[in-house]
Design a protein. Structure first.
Length: 335
């Protein structure tokens, strides 16, 4: 498959991405919430359960994995990445190395991981990874984000994207403007617009093939602690407006992160955008918590809960596929 074919496949027909690339410490926090120890075996069992869910088929086009997971085999010896392929989805891999504070810019970070990236990508390509992910984090606060922070992060994102494509894998570029804070939806729009403008300027500078790239942005929302939360329709209209003004039409897909939204709200926002329409790219999802939260809670680390947990993931995957087609309705959540 060419880069363009891979990117198009992942978001075709309303399909989206299951983000299962939580680092071990993050996975540990999730497991703490259900009283399960975060061992390698437990993490493997949990993810195997997700990947074998019947609702993966037809609803999920790609799964982002963590380094540990792409190397793991299921309890019966089948590689987890093979299970994903059998479900009709493509395996992908998170390749950044996390955040580092920017000197003299308090409250701001840059994502690291370019050192040794080419060698790591070559290994992942040999393992069968078809796409990659790199997350940049932009905070909103007093006087931030600074131009320096935005440009440093977008430059790294573009260098990573070029390297991924040179190794035959589609890059997912994730410029996440965090919801955390008391800022207004206007402040989120401004930071999101500045980040997207800078990102696509840097992608052009490094001659990244936009047709073989997927964008994973935040939605334009009020800050999580802002006293007035924007309505579903306002989030949808402001997000579309920001994207249409700043994202090239030849990009095959925009797969939103959920960014701390509840699972149903993330679905409702996505559906509202697709009902409005008026854009050239597929508008889809790349959710972690918003796909997994109900499944994790139902599982509780118990074998007897596997089918209930899989039903929860399958339901959320189906709801988000409908939202990607603009065909979701809140009544469908009643089961």
């Amino acid at each position: 498959m060419t880069l363009e074919e891979i990117a198009t496949f992942i978001v075709a027909d309303g399909k989206g991405i299951l983000a299962a690339d939580e680092s071990n410490p993050t996975c540990g926090k999730r497991f703490d919430s259900i009283g399960v120890e975060s061992t390698e075996e437990n993490r493997r069992d949990y993810r195997e359960m997700l990947f074998r869910s019947k609702g993966m088929k037809g609803n999920i086009g790609g799964v982002i994995l963590f380094d540990e997971t792409i190397r793991q085999s299921a309890a019966d010896g089948t590689l987890l990445r093979e299970i994903i392929l059998k479900q009709g989805a493509l395996p992908g891999i998170k390749v950044d190395k996390g955040l580092q504070p920017i000197e003299n810019f308090p409250g701001e970070t840059v994502t690291v991981g370019l050192d040794g990236l080419d060698e790591r990508l070559k290994e992942y390509a040999e393992m069968g990874a078809k796409f990659t992910k790199w997350r940049a984090v932009i905070n909103i606060g007093d006087g931030i984000p600074s131009d320096e922070c935005i440009h440093a992060n977008m430059d790294s994102l573009a260098q990573y994207a070029k390297c991924a494509q040179e190794n035959g894998m589609v890059p997912i570029v994730e410029p996440e403007v965090l919801m955390d804070g008391e800022h207004s939806i206007d402040a989120c729009y401004d930071a999101s617009e500045r980040s997207l403008k800078s990102l696509f300027e840097h992608l052009e500078k490094y001659q990244v093939n936009i047709k073989g790239t997927i964008l994973k942005p935040n939605m334009v929302t009020s800050g999580s602690n802002h006293n007035i939360q924007a309505s579903i329709n306002e989030v949808a209209t402001r997000t579309i407006d920001c994207l249409v003004k700043n994202v090239p039409s030849e990009l095959p897909g925009v797969a939103f992160l959920s960014g701390g939204q509840s699972d149903v709200l993330a679905t409702a926002h996505l559906d509202a955008m697709n009902k409005i329409g008026g854009f050239s790219w597929k508008l889809s999802f790349s959710y972690g918590r918003a796909l997994q939260a109900a499944a994790l809670k139902a599982w509780e680390g118990k074998v007897e809960n596997i089918f209930i947990s899989q039903d929860e993931l399958s339901h959320r995957a189906e709801m988000n596929k409908l939202a990607s087609l603009g065909e979701w309705d809140e009544k469908l959540e009643d089961r």
